[in-house]
Structures are given as structure tokens and as C-alpha cells.
Design a protein around this ligand. Structure first.
Ligand SMILES: Nc1ncnc2c1ncn2[C@@H]1O[C@H](COP(=O)(O)OP(=O)(O)OP(=O)(O)O)[C@@H](O)[C@H]1O
Length: 253
């Protein structure tokens, strides 16, 4: 679906060139310390920032050549702290810019635990509630515009989607993202600070440091305690668990 050939940015903030593919049905986590370039990479993957080296292709067409409406049908970006703007009701904001049928709205509200909030003003919501509304809106953008001929559910790009969520909502969201990836054959890319969420739910992890992707692959190969301790400058220890795909990493006291 999305293919990077030596894709990078030379102007500030820069990104060293990288290759890679993001496939339908896959959940990719982008991790790295503050200022590593995660949001910058997400803006390049979304087409908001055009790559200045190499190419980024969506469905075999150069990303920067896509017509804006056609692009909005195929990829959605949910940035950190999206402005809400007006006094929309939750169910209105979820549909904004899309024309979903009632069944899809009901499904997405249910998926993200938003049914009790459907009639509420978004201005009255807590930070975590609002974050879930914006994620539902991103999914609605893709699923409501999906053509009958589409082989997959498009590309959903999420910048720190769990930053305002409590642990129960984090788990529900990450499980839901996996469900969307499978059910709708959607490609999902998440910037995550929580390495254990990345290790538990992602199929693949890209680790960034100072504008470079320094490791990528399966969580257990990338999220090694020694690497992470060095990259983040933190004292860590790890807990092996049969439940997790990668060792759980925690801070030393
Ligand atoms: N317009 C700009 N001019 C100069 N530097 C910038 C500009 N925008 C971003 N940067 C810098 O580029 C680097 C990468 O920023 P980016 O927002 O991509 O980091 P990040 O990995 O998402 O960080 P965080 O985890 O803190 O959200 C940071 O050091 C940031 O200060």
C-alpha cells in the first residue's frame, strides 16, 4: 500500500532516507525519544510534507501527485491535539467531511466506547474522550469513502493516539486498532511512547533516533532492553512474559 524508496527530508526537521513497506492489515508502531522525528515521519507518510529525497508511493502512485480528495479517500491522519473548532455534537464530528451511513456511525461509536457521549458537545468532553472521538473520525473518513472496488480499508495514521487514555482505554483502543486492521484490511501506523503497547500490539516497529530510523522489524527484535536504555538514556529492566510478543520494559526505581 505505502512504499518508501530511500525517502527522506533534507530541510529542517530532516529525516535520513529510509526504505520500507506498509501493508494492509498491518499495525506499525513508530517509537523513539522526544524530538527523534516521529511526527515529522508521520507527516511525510501522510503526504502533508513532501519527501525531498527518494519517493513515497501510495498504491504505486507517487504520494505528492495524488489529487487531494482521492488522497482523503485512501489515508487519514489524526494529529496530536487536533483542534475541534466548533460546538459539534460527538456524532456530528465523527462524520465531519464524510457521508457515512447510520450503521457505520453506530459501529464506530460503539468500537471506541463513545455511544453514551454521542449527543454531547465535543467542547464538554475530557481529553481522553475527545481523543477517541478524533480517532473515530479518522476511521470514519476512510471507511465511509471506501469504494466497492477497494481491496483494503486504507491507511490510518495516528500520532500518539493513547497519550490521553487511561490504561483500560489504552487496551481497548489498541485491541480495536488490531480489529480494524483485520476486519477492514486497514494499514495502521501509530506513533507511540509506550514501548510495551508497541511490543504487545504492533506487527512491526520502527525505532527513530535523531532523525534516523536505527532499527525496524518485529517488536521482539527492535525493543531490546539494552538498545532502548541507550537510545532513551534510561535505566531499565525487562520482564519476560509469555503473554507479550516482546519482553516488557520497565523503569528501574
Ligand atoms: N519548524 C521547525 N523548525 C526547527 N526544528 C523543528 C521544526 N519542527 C520540528 N522541529 C524539530 O525537529 C525535531 C523532530 O520533531 P518531531 O515533532 O518530529 O519529533 P517527535 O519525535 O515527534 O517528538 P515528540 O516525541 O516530542 O513528540 C525536533 O527536535 C523538533 O524540535
Amino acid at each position: 500500500m505505502l512504499t518508501l524508496h530511500h525517502a527522506g527530508l533534507t530541510s529542517i526537521p530532516a529525516l535520513a532516507p529510509m526504505n520500507g513497506e506498509i501493508h494492509p492489515g498491518e499495525l506499525l508502531a513508530i517509537v523513539g525519544p522526544n524530538g527523534a522525528g516521529k511526527s515529522t515521519l508521520l507527516s511525510m507518510l501522510s503526504g502533508y510534507r513532501r519527501c525531498e529525497q527518494g519517493t513515497v508511493q501510495l498504491d504505486d502512485h507517487l504520494l505528492h501527485k495524488w489529487e487531494i480528495t482521492a488522497l482523503a479517500n485512501r489515508r487519514a491522519l489524526v494529529a496530536q491535539q487536533e483542534p475541534v473548532g466548533f460546538d459539534w455534537r460527538v456524532e456530528e464530528l465523527v462524520c465531519l467531511g464524510s457521508n457515512p451511513d447510520k450503521a457505520l456511525i453506530a459501529e464506530l461509536l460503539d468500537d471506541l466506547d463513545l455511544v453514551p457521549l454521542a449527543k454531547r458537545s465535543v467542547l464538554s468532553l475530557s481529553g481522553g474522550e475527545r481523543q477517541r472521538v478524533m480517532i473515530a473520525r479518522g476511521a470514519c473518513q476512510l471507511l465511509s469513502r471506501r469504494s466497492d472496488a477497494a481491496r483494503d480499508g486504507g491507511l490510518l495514521l495516528l500520532d500518539e493516539p493513547t497519550s490521553a487514555l487511561d490504561i483500560g482505554q489504552q487496551q481497548r483502543l489498541m485491541r480495536q486498532l488490531r480489529t480494524w486492521a483485520t476486519r477492514h484490511h486497514m494499514a495502521i501506523v501509530c506513533v507511540l511512547h509506550d514501548l510495551n503497547l508497541a511490543g504487545t500490539y504492533a506487527d512491526c516497529v520502527w525505532l527513530l533516533q535523531k532523525g534516523q530510523r536505527i532499527a525496524h522489524g518485529k517488536p521482539r527484535h527492535v525493543l531490546k532492553t539494552t538498545t532502548i536504555a541507550k537510545v532513551y538514556g534510561a535505566e531499565l529492566y525487562c520482564i519476560q512474559s509469555d503473554m507479550a510478543l516482546a519482553p516488557l520494559i520497565t523503569l528501574a526505581p
